[in-house]
Ligand binder design. Structure first.
Ligand code: CP
Ligand code: NVA
Length: 306
């Protein structure tokens, strides 16, 4: 039996596998836009487990799976036995006997790893405290659509050293680009948590303006991620200088793009003029979640088709 392919963090796939998935996502997107059926997952079922809120991840996986010919089961902590302390290992054994694929959004990465260890089917990370690989998959696909290969380019990360930052850094090691990271003191990226091989692909800047200088892409995220709400007030003070504004965008390359995984808070981590401005590609980014995840689900279940 071949090993099950899970997608728990960005480093689970190679550069060659990403090249294939991006090519496939472009084809799947083109067919979707032309109202052409693409149903390689007919009769397959995806279970989606949400232990945190979601709009994009829910809609993109659910709509995407139906479009591929399959169906979905939606579970939440409160509405299932997960909320009544059924062990994650037991849940994995049961759920994976009835479905073909599982997507999980949860808290600690160890939780999704334990689930995957006991699952008979591929498990996809729909966001954990540590990583958000499906989002970075969509972001890089969006970059490629607008500007071509991301290899050799510079991404400026302004804000929290969170799940999005960790995943950008993992991606930079695999796909050969640089990340300029600027976070407030106390909110730095932790190289071990981010699962990085070295510090070669990123540079840390105290001043967010310097991180943006000459960047090809400027990106940020909420100051307070899900699960950290108790820190909200302290974070508002600490992050006040880490708001992406028009001056930061001017410091970047003239054709730099702006990305945000959404949901966004205008006037906190980003100025309205930036997120609603001409360099912003946030809506394409959100839409592309669906196209890349369709390519990912197809790949995890069927392997390479071309
Ligand atoms: N970007 C993202 O994952 O959005 P949701 O939290 O709405 O799923
Ligand atoms: N860093 C954010 C991303 C939301 C999509 C969070 O974890 O809440």
């Amino acid at each position: 039996m071949t090993a099950i392919k899970h997608y728990l963090q960005f480093s689970d796939l190679t550069a060659a596998e990403y090249a294939y998935i991006f090519e496939r996502a472009a084809l799947i997107k083109k067919k979707f836009k032309a109202y052409e059926k693409h149903q390689p997952l007919a009769d397959r079922t995806l279970a989606m487990i949400f232990e945190k809120a979601s709009t994009r991840t829910r809609v993109s996986f659910e709509a995407g799976m139906y479009q591929l010919g399959g169906s979905v089961v939606h579970l939440t902590t409160d509405g299932s036995q997960l909320g009544r302390a059924e062990p994650i290992e037991d849940s994995a054994k049961v759920i994976s006997r009835m479905v073909d694929l599982v997507m999980i959004r949860t808290f600690e990465q160890t939780k999704i790893e334990r689930f995957a260890e006991h699952s008979r089917v591929p498990v996809i990370n729909g966001l954990t405290n540590e990583f958000h690989p499906c989002q970075i998959l969509a972001d890089i696909f969006t970059y490629i659509e607008h500007r071509g290969s991301i290899a050799g380019k510079t991404v400026a990360w302004v804000g929290d050293g969170n799940n999005m930052a960790n995943t950008w850094l993992q991606a930079s090691e695999i796909l050969g680009f640089a990340v300029h990271v600027s976070t407030p003191t106390g909110y730095e990226v932790d190289q071990d948590i981010a699962g990085l091989r070295s510090t070669d692909s990123y540079k840390v800047f105290k001043d967010p303006m310097q991180a943006c200088a000459g960047a090809d892409l400027v990106t940020t995220d909420v100051w307070t991620s899900m699960g950290f709400e108790a820190e909200n007030e302290a974070r508002k003070t600490a992050f006040a200088d880490w708001r992406v504004d028009e001056d930061m965008m001017r410091a970047a390359k003239p054709d730099a793009l702006f990305m945000h995984c959404l949901p966004a808070h205008r006037g906190e981590e980003v100025e309205a003029a930036v997120i609603d401005g001409p360099q912003s590609v946030v809506w394409e980014e959100a839409e592309n979640r669906m196209h890349v995840q369709k390519a990912l689900m197809e790949y995890l279940l069927l392997g390479k088709l071309i």
